[in-house]
Each structure stands twice: as C-alpha cells, then as structure tokens.
Design a protein around this ligand. Structure first.
Ligand code: NAD
Ligand code: WQD
Length: 345
C-alpha cells in the first residue's frame, strides 16, 4: 500500500503542505497540484527541507477539466485524491460569490468526474462551518448534528460539495468512495518552522492576527465581543494543531486504500480536539507559552460569528484511530516560531 502515489490538490497551501509532509513520513508519494492562487513555490522548498524529498509539483488549475485530465494521464496509477484546493476567505466569498461557487464546485466536480470514470477515492476538506451555531443540546457537536443554513457563500460551497460527493458516490456504487473531514479551527505551524500559514493582507483569523500583533506588525488585536453567553464573554472554538490535522489525512488515505471493513462508501468525520477555548484564553495561552505580550482591546461583535462551537471527535478517535494530542502550549510555540522566522525576528 505504501510508496503509493496520492494526488494532493491545493498541496502548496497551509493544510495541504503539512499533509504532504505527513504523507512522505508515512511512506506515500504525494503529487501536488496547485495553481498558486493562495500559495507560493517557496512552500515546496520548506517541504524539501523537512522531508529531504523533492516534491512532485504541477502548477495547474483544478477548475480546468483539461488540465486535470493532463495530470491524471501523466500519473495513471493515481486512484486517491486529497482535495484541499478551494478558496477559503469567508468575507471575500460574500463579495465575490461566483468566484467561490465556480472555483470550489468546479474543482471538486472535475476530480469526481475523473475518479468516477477510472474508479477511486477522495478525501475532501470540509469545515465545522457546516454546523453554524449548534443548539446547546448538540455541544460538543457530533457528525449527527443538523446542518444549519450556511452563513456565507464559502460555507455554502462546503455544504454543496458534501452533497455533490454523496450523490456521486451513490451513483457509482463500488467505484467511488469518499471521506469528508470537517475541520474545526486549524492553527500552528510545523515545529521546524519551514512551513506554516501565510495569510495575504490583514489576517481575518485569530491566530495569525495574534502572531502578527506580537511581532509588531499590528498595533493591537481586537477581540470581537466580550458579551457572549460564555464563561468569559468571548467566543469559544476548537483550535486544532495543523500537524495533528495533517496526520488525520494519512489515516483517511489508509482507510480508503486499505481493505478495512468500511460499511459506508461516504463517511464524514469531525476533526477537532474536543476542547473549546475562548478568544481570551487563547491570547493568554499564547502569551504565557511564548513570554511575549499581545496588546488587545475589546471591540464589537463580528457579524456572522457563532458564539461557541467545539467538536465531539469520538467518531474519528474510534474509527480512524486518530486523536489530536499535541499540547496547546506547543501549538502556540510553533505559531510564534513560524511568525518569527518569516519576519526575520
Ligand atoms: P490555503 O488557501 O492555504 O490552501 C488552498 C490551496 O489551494 C492554495 O495553495 C491555493 O493556491 C490552492 N487552490 C485554490 N484553488 C485552486 C484551484 N482551482 N486549482 C489549484 N489549486 C487551487 O487554505 P487551507 O487553509 O490550507 O485550506 C485547505 C482546505 O481546507 C480548503 O478547502 C479550505 O476550505 C478547507 N478548510 C480550511 C480551514 C482553515 O481554517 N484553514 C478550515 C476548514 C476547512
Ligand atoms: C476565531 C475567533 C472571532 C480575529 C473561520 C471560518 C470557518 C473556518 C475557520 C474554514 C472568533 C475571534 C478573530 C480577530 C477576534 N474556515 N477573532 N479577533 O470565525 O471560527 O472560523 O475559520 O472553513 O469557516 O469562518 O475563525 O479565526 O476567524 O475566529 O476576536 O482579529 O476569534 O470572533 O470568535 P472562525 P477565526
């Protein structure tokens, strides 16, 4: 099973690059396809430094069917795709919904069309955003919780993509299999600091804003709301270390390629730690783990934010034999080490 080639779309991106490293560690040979719309060639150098391997890379657009056919013709042995390629900025998706629908849906449809013809499997990057704000009775949130109407076109693409996968797997029984991984909030960087998150412009996500503020690039962090119905009033999320998340893709690949007694051809797993942390707790833990200060002030709530959500990851723990177990202090250290590296501090 190992030394097997796996196609990794979006493999030059944040989660994709960490997954490529873990695939190499597990004995797979990833083939990266990325159009570099939100990443750069430097990432390949980071992967090379960590693994000592020269990554196979093709700069192609997954939303272009002919380009994807070209890749599969070059690597006909590939039967498994880990599909990260998508646009992911929630705010931008509200401004440019058609860009999000065409990129995120077309790229998935192309992958599925080719895999349905030749037979194969896909691991799909989904998101906890599909749950919206679960009712209290559904916290921590398991895969059985009802999905809520998406708050943004981005979130809607994840819901629609899961439906597209379900319909396609059903239509191609025995020929097409899939696993959808619903990530909670991925954070941190590889401990080597050779790869990490590279947000463009002003970061919208909490951790990059914290690290950039600690590095002096931003004057202060704005905490969006301290009047929520949570113990300290700030929002609660399940922050999962990107390397733990990356490893879950390896076990998902093992499962799809192996002969395990898997009952469903389409399975969905939550990937989180199972622990909720508030914004104020994250700031506090970042400061104490790294001995640096993060100036912050309380600001109004951010529109569209859910109050609290964290995962019940027991299905992934049991069926995948995977657990997010990196201590949060180490996660915070990795995020700061990466920020210092890219800023030359
Ligand atoms: P990222 O932007 O760092 O990585 C995505 C990669 O895909 C980028 O390298 C980009 O250049 C590439 N890409 C985009 N469209 C493409 C296309 N049409 N053809 C080829 N390459 C294309 O994002 P990420 O944080 O690594 O996210 C990876 C996946 O996980 C995405 O599908 C995202 O929606 C999903 N996800 C991310 C988070 C998060 O908070 N980071 C949470 C849940 C789900
Ligand atoms: C986390 C918390 C903010 C920035 C987003 C997407 C979601 C998923 C993960 C892809 C919230 C607070 C943030 C800041 C703050 N992505 N915050 N000041 O909103 O949980 O989820 O990324 O699928 O779809 O919506 O993550 O990192 O933006 O925010 O106070 O400057 O930090 O209000 O409570 P979020 P986030």
């Amino acid at each position: 099973m190992k030394n097997k080639r796996i196609l990794v779309t979006g493999g030059a991106g944040y989660i994709g690059s960490h997954t490529v490293v873990e695939l190499y560690n597990a004995g797979y040979e990833p083939v990266i396809v990325d159009n570099l719309s939100n990443s750069s060639l430097d990432v390949l150098d980071g992967i090379r430094r960590i693994t000592g391997k020269d990554p196979i890379f093709r700069q192609e657009d997954c939303a272009d069917y002919v380009a994807m056919e070209r890749v599969f013709n070059e690597f006909p042995e590939i039967s498994l795709v880990i599909h990260f390629a998508a646009y992911k900025a929630v705010g931008e998706s509200v401004q440019k919904p058609l860009d999000y629908y065409s990129n995120n849906l077309d790229s998935l449809v192309n992958v599925l069309r080719i895999l349905s013809q030749k037979g194969g499997a896909v691991v799909f990057s989904s998101s906890c955003t599909v749950y919206g704000q679960p009712d209290d009775a559904y916290l921590p949130v398991s895969e059985d919780a009802p999905l809520k109407k998406a708050e943004s076109p981005y979130g809607n693409t994840k819901q629609i993509c899961e439906e597209i996968i379900a319909d396609s797997v059903k239509a191609e029984t025995g020929k097409l299999k899939a696993i959808s991984l619903r990530y909670f909030n991925p954070v941190g960087a590889h401990p080597s600091a050779h790869i990490g998150e590279l947000p463009r412009g002003v970061p919208q996500n909490l951790l990059p804003f914290i690290t950039q503020t600690a590095a002096g690039l931003r004057g202060e962090l704005k905490v969006f709301g301290d009047d929520y119905n949570t113990p300290d009033g700030s929002c609660i999320r399940d922050y999962i270390y990107v390397c733990d998340l990356a490893k879950a893709h390896v076990v998902a690949a093992d499962r799809l390629l192996g002969n395990d007694d898997v009952r469903d051809d389409f399975e969905v797993f939550n990937l989180g730690t199972g622990e909720g942390l508030s914004v104020l707790e994250v700031i506090d833990m970042f400061q104490s783990a790294n001995g640096v200060e993060v100036p912050f002030s309380i600001a109004p709530r951010r529109s569209g934010d859910v109050e609290k959500v964290w995962a019940d990851p027991s299905k992934a723990n049991q069926l995948l034999g995977w657990k997010a177990d990196t201590p949060f202090e180490d996660v915070m250290k990795s995020a700061w080490k990466w920020e210092k590296k890219i800023r030359g501090i």
